[in-house]
Design a binder for this molecule. Structure first.
Ligand code: UDX
Length: 429
């Protein structure tokens, strides 16, 4: 099938690359010409395992094309996926102006039936808006369908998640749209749930908010564990063995970050309020997440007493491992608070360092974990990268000024690390 993907961010690029790899001919569009030129040369602007290799393969096979012209691809394709950004506005609502711009551009260039599929994360009722926008801007009377097909891929495992999804959600209002989308996804052999458009839109916000709730729940439990001397890892294991709960997303830490959970939580709160429902549960999820970062800074302060003039070695800056994404990373708040209290920061991240330099100033960026800990008053772990997990701890101990580790991701076994002579504080144990 000939498919168009509009927007080449994490979602658009991964979807385009993977759908070409299963045999479709895919035209990816972006209005960032520099990015399009880079993609045409087989280079991707983000760090995402396997993506570049698969992209190159499909460009070579002439199944994957990049262009900045929406006009050109609307003419060539029947199914058009909208994958542009929906960034947060000041009030927490999603900025849907890019979606409107794309819908208008599609309408301006339509001369035969099109299925316009929204893949961007949007509040419920956006599908209706897209439909109205297209109707208003059509140059001639051509039939079309609008569908919602939310994306659930995670950064760092984007290719795997796209090729082997737990489920595909298709929100449609016609049998024709349902059949076309089923055909697009047939090669993935995944469970397909067909719903109305509004329910599909809600599934995305509800899923992300539920996962964020799981994380805040276990972080709250971790705080109780610290107060009473229990072990949150054991509590999570015990809870997770109940099939109705499951162990996933019960890892206590410094809170969730990234461009999805914080933004989608805000947007879900906003749309709930608009619709007349006060979603207090989600407000608490957000508050617990904010407090988790503050509690971590306090842990460092407790260990070092006065932060003024002390050097804190930070390992891991990205919001999670296997990504170079720094958006809404907990490290941003934690490092800023430490700096405000007068601490000096040395930091290392295997992939996110360059992006971090644009956001976090007055930081001494280092090339290895060992260079980072050298001469520091303590080590704080913010992302559970493999290089951090596999460090030679006896070397770390020799290099640190004081053998203190504050672990925000529960990377090490407390008993083992204490037996090596470290003062060790982690989360909820
Ligand atoms: C998330 C959703 O998982 C995905 O389905 C959606 O499409 C986009 O948003 P992503 O933001 O890439 O994906 O990362 P994810 O792996 O979900 O982690 C999000 C944050 O939660 C990270 O900061 C991570 O460190 C944190 N987290 C995750 C925890 O603190 N504990 C956990 O148990 C799991």
């Amino acid at each position: 099938m000939n498919l168009a993907i509009i927007g080449t961010g994490y979602v658009g690029l991964t979807t385009g690359v993977c759908l070409s790899d299963v045999g479709h001919t895919v035209f990816c569009v972006d209005n960032d010409i520099k990015k399009i030129n880079m993609l045409k040369k087989g280079k991707i602007p983000i760090y995402e395992p396997d993506l570049e290799e698969i992209l190159k393969r499909n460009v070579r096979k002439k199944r994957l094309f990049f262009t900045s012209s929406i006009k050109e691809v609307v003419k060539k394709t029947e199914v058009i996926f909208i994958c542009v950004g929906t960034p947060p506005r000041e009030d927490g609502s999603a900025d849907l102006s890019y979606i409107e711009d794309v819908a208008t551009a599609i309408a301006n260039n339509m001369d035969s039936y099109k299925l316009i599929v929204d893949k961007s994360t949007v509040p419920v009722e956006t599908g209706k808006r897209v439909e109205t926008t297209i109707k208003r801007n059509l140059k001639k009377d051509v039939p079309f369908d609008v569908a919602s097909n939310p994306e659930f891929l995670r950064e760092g495992t984007a290719v795997h998640d796209t090729m082997h999804p737990d489920r595909l959600v298709i929100g449609v209002s016609s049998k024709k749209a349902e059949n076309i989308l089923k055909q697009v996804y047939k090669p993935l052999k995944s469970t397909i749930l067909v719903t109305d458009i509004k329910s599909a839109e809600l599934i995305k916000h509800a899923s992300n908010s539920f996962l964020a709730t799981k994380i805040s729940f276990i972080n709250a439990v971790a705080n109780i564990c610290e107060l009473c001397g229990a072990d949150v890892e054991k509590v999570a294991e015990g809870m997770g063995l109940d099939k109705r709960i499951g162990r996933a997303f019960l890892n206590a830490g410094i809170g969730f970050g990234g461009f999805c959970f914080p933004k989608d939580l805000e947007a879900f709160l906003w749309i709930s309020k608009q619709l007349g429902y006060n979603f207090d549960l989600l407000k608490s999820v957000k508050t617990i997440n904010e407090n988790q970062k503050k509690t971590f800074v306090k842990k460092i302060e407790d260990a070092l007493w006065n932060l003024k003039g002390k050097t804190v070695a930070i390992l891991g800056l990205a919001f999670k491992p296997n990504t170079d994404d720094m958006r809404f990373a907990p490290s941003i708040t934690i490092i800023s608070e430490l700096q405000q209290a007068g601490a000096k920061i040395k930091a290392y991240d295997p992939k996110a360092q360059e992006r971090a330099k644009e956001i976090l100033k007055n930081v001494t960026y280092c090339r290895t974990p060992y260079e980072t800990v050298k001469g520091a008053d303590c080590l704080a772990i913010l992302t559970e990268w493999e290089d951090v997990k596999n460090m030679d701890l006896s070397k770390v101990k020799k290099l640190l000024k004081h053998p203190i580790i504050i672990d925000g991701r529960n990377v090490f076994d407390p008993e083992k690390i204490k037996s090596l002579g470290f003062v060790y504080k982690s989360i909820g144990r």
